[in-house]
Design a protein around this ligand. Sequence first.
Ligand code: AMP
Length: 205
Amino acid sequence: MLTIALSKGRILEQTLPLLKKAGLNISSEELGSRKLVLNTNLDDVKVIILRASDVPVFVQHGTADIGVSGKDVLLEHGGLGLFELLDLKIAKCRLMVAARDESDLNQSTLKIATKYINSTKHYFQSKGRQVEVIKLSGAMELAPIVGLANCIVDLVDTGNTLKANGLTALDHIYDISSRLIVNSASFNTKHNEINRWIARIEENL
Ligand code: AMP
């Protein structure tokens, strides 16, 4: 039995066609149900649907053998207990620093609102900047407008969300895409099965 963890939303939408090309199909009835454990066309493969930040946690603990996770989420998780084996090159975006303008970054201690605590601390530490990081779970764009922070660190795709809130992307931190991850113990115990899936997915990228 193989369990694959996927996250709701754009990663799920963009991963399903890849899995289908590799021979794994989930019926629209299963997808349309409110079930969190989905059956596939193969008796020995199940798919579980999770919040994005929970995918590496389930894979780390072996509850799922394989997962598809954004690099943003993996950078925050740290990668313990799992291998990142394939860049699926989907759900691409950039992790960026954004503010109203460049002058907002000229503070001796920069106040930054983000949900990407580890990536943010790591980036500003590497620049030798002193920062105060404020953890938010969403609507980061609001923070500079209401004076909660000088800038934000968030994912940027088209830039429309920033623009709509009077913010500009100023510094690039990381290019993000979804990665195929594998539980390190499963990679040993189910080596052939997992490698077969990786090869099939890679062939169809
Ligand atoms: P955009 O307005 O196109 O720049 O999209 C920015 C919004 O979409 C932000 O709220 C991001 O958190 C979210 N977003 C963009 N790309 C991704 C992605 N690949 N994965 C998850 N969230 C994303």
